[in-house]
Design a protein around this ligand. Structure first.
Ligand SMILES: [Zn+2]
Length: 84
């Protein structure tokens, strides 16, 4: 599935303003979507789609589509936030 135009730019902007995390979470889960909005693209994560749930503890939980999580991780690596 191709990414919507502008999605990578949206993820970069959210990283710039702190709306997306810059490090991997303590815990990460993958499952099917439950209708929660994706923090990267804003679209709901539907039951037929894979949802990545990144748990940073407390109320700091970020849910992303599988593809959006991949773009987020790639951008973090490009910026040098991750070195492993
Ligand atoms: Zn998304």
């Amino acid at each position: 599935m191709p990414f919507p135009p502008g999605l990578a730019d949206a993820i970069r902007t959210k990283l710039d303003v702190g709306a997306l995390p810059t490090a991997l979470p303590e815990k990460m889960y993958a499952g099917y979507g439950r209708g929660h909005p994706c923090v990267a693209c804003g679209e709901p994560i539907r039951a037929a789609q894979v949802e990545y749930e990144m748990d940073y503890g407390g109320d700091h939980i970020f849910r992303l589509h599988l593809g959006c999580a991949g773009l987020w991780e790639a951008e973090c690596r490009l910026r040098g936030y991750r070195r492993d």
